[in-house]
Design a protein around this ligand. Sequence first.
Ligand code: T5A
Length: 211
Amino acid sequence: MFITFEGIEGAGKTSVLDRLCPALSDEGISFVRTLEPGGSELGRSLRDLLLDKRRNLTKEAELFLYLADRSQHVRDVISPALERGDIVISDRYVDSTLCYQGHGRQMNLERLIRLCEFASGGLWPDLTIIFDLDPEVSLKRARRRNLDAGVAVTQGRFETERLDFHRRIRQGYLALAAQHPQRCRTIDASQPLDDVYNQVIAVLEERGISL
Ligand code: T5A
């Protein structure tokens, strides 16, 4: 099973994964935790380019770097793990491109879907959990986290975008969830972390992963 976690900045995806992964290990479930950008060796270099606030990328350059990251990630990490029978959980994947470059940067969605199909070899997730909350709250969280970790410059490029950019991304995710009700499940990420985690566990249980 291929599972993706999606949502706007600071929605809590990483925090939930930090709790979920030890729980999966305790149950003896074989899984691979990965992320975009940066899931492959090449991707780690691309991640530095993509998230550095000092880079003034064109939106096309940004898009193609994300697609390059994805192509390498699918071939080197995701597909081999799925072939072994592992569960793969990726912190972001195709829907981030559709929402950030499509809704955020306002690039043509049909074209983006075709490019994502090309870069991923047509691999779509079986389950996507969308962490939904108000961008005003999530941006505060993300900016605070970056300042505390000392990465506001090297990893803060998207956190400097205006609020309306992040609002469009949130709407994009909600639209995707409505279009793909079988694949996508939206959870309320404004709740305390324990409650957000429990919502994720409930979705996984519905899909046969019991913790
Ligand atoms: N991107 C990505 C594109 O534009 N196109 C693409 O195709 C792809 C793949 C990646 C950036 O790239 C963009 C999207 C992103 O802008 P990233 O840093 O890898 O950047 O993004 P993430 O790791 O996904 O980090 P996020 O900023 O989105 O944050 P998370 O992981 O959702 O949030 P998390 O867990 O780090 O939490 C943030 C802070 O909030 C606290 C945490 O302790 C942390 O300090 N927190 C909570 N506080 C209160 N209540 C809760 N429930 C909380 N949950 C977490």
